[in-house]
Design a protein around this ligand. Structure first.
Ligand code: TYD
Length: 204
């Protein structure tokens, strides 16, 4: 499609947002056109969905899944796909793998159905590279200052999310690269840059 699509995934407090920001700036400094974005909440409708998701508490698991999927459908159509068509590098903080990890593994929704719904919501658009920042949830959660309904969930939920991510990484080792995010930030950044550089050399 022209552009390069990179996603960053991980449990709460894994450092995704920090890494996404640093990578985006580093790519811009190379003179590349970068579109830094995140899920949920990067469209007009998405920002309203995000409010519901992070502030509300009681809801069925499927209602939650469909809200994330609705946010993604908007995001792909209005932000990600147009940027890729313009030949830009899209760096996205969370994407489809989050719904597999959180709603299928975390909440126990049917895995095949979530895969299929992701396929529908994204129109089959899969990232070229996914950096999975892996950290034990006890360490990640301890780093989080501002807690939403997600961080308030029991530790076991977050452990299942982590297993979900690691399962995905085993299933798609070419796309999903696991980084040990319990290490010093500088080390994680260096490893992330190396993986992005490899993706860039295949793309450019
Ligand atoms: P956000 O404040 O953006 O958190 P973070 O900085 O950790 O990404 O809130 C997003 C929350 O939504 C986060 O706790 C993970 C969760 N989430 C899902 O459960 N499923 C999804 O598909 C996505 C995209 C996010």
């Amino acid at each position: 499609m022209g552009g390069l699509f990179i996603t960053i995934e991980g449990v709460e407090g894994s450092g995704k947002t920090t890494i996404a920001n640093i990578l985006a700036q580093w790519l811009q400094e190379k003179g590349l056109k970068v579109n830094l974005t995140s899920e949920p909440g990067s469209t007009f409708l998405g920002s309203q969905i995000r409010e519901i998701l992070t502030k509300g508490s009681e809801r069925t698991a499927w209602a939650e899944a469909f809200l994330f999927l609705a946010d993604r459908a908007e995001h792909v159509t209005k932000v990600i796909k147009p940027a890729l068509e313009r030949g830009e590098i899209v760096v996205c903080d969370r994407y489809s793998d989050s719904t597999i990890a959180y709603q299928a593994f975390g909440l126990g929704l049917n895995l095949e159905q979530i895969f299929e719904l992701n396929q529908i919501a994204t129109n089959g658009l899969s990232p070229d590279l996914t950096l999975l920042l892996d950290v034990p949830p006890e360490i990640g959660l301890a780093r989080v200052q501002k807690k939403t309904v997600f961080e308030e969930r029991e530790l076991h939920f977050h452990q299942r999310v982590r297993w979900g991510y690691l399962w995905l990484a085993q299933r798609e080792p070419e796309r999903i690269k696991v980084l040990d995010a319990s290490l010093n930030l500088e080390i994680v950044i260096a490893k992330a840059k190396k993986l992005v550089e490899e993706a860039l050399s295949r793309w450019l």
